[in-house]
Design a protein. Structure first.
Length: 79
């Protein structure tokens, strides 16, 4: 059984929008350092982005990989 604080979190989260499907531990979410982490599977079942910057959100645009970002570094002129 999930700890009370996770149950409370799910209850508050469900009030934010349309009623999402009941999450299944291990398939739809997992616990990491006492926090609830929803999987991509659950986000797809839910059907929309909640704008909470979820780790596995399939709806928000992914940031480019660090190796593909080019940063212009100014050259210093030595006197």
């Amino acid at each position: 059984m999930a700890p009370a604080r996770i149950s409370e979190y799910l209850g508050l989260w469900q009030m934010r929008g349309p009623k999402p499907p009941k999450p299944i531990e291990g398939e739809d979410y997992y616990l990491e350092a006492g926090r609830l982490v929803f999987t991509e599977t659950y986000h797809l079942k839910r059907g929309y982005c909640c704008n909470s910057r979820c780790r596995h959100c399939p709806y928000r645009e992914k940031a480019p990989a660090a190796e593909s970002v080019q940063v212009a570094v100014p050259r210093l002129k030595l006197l």
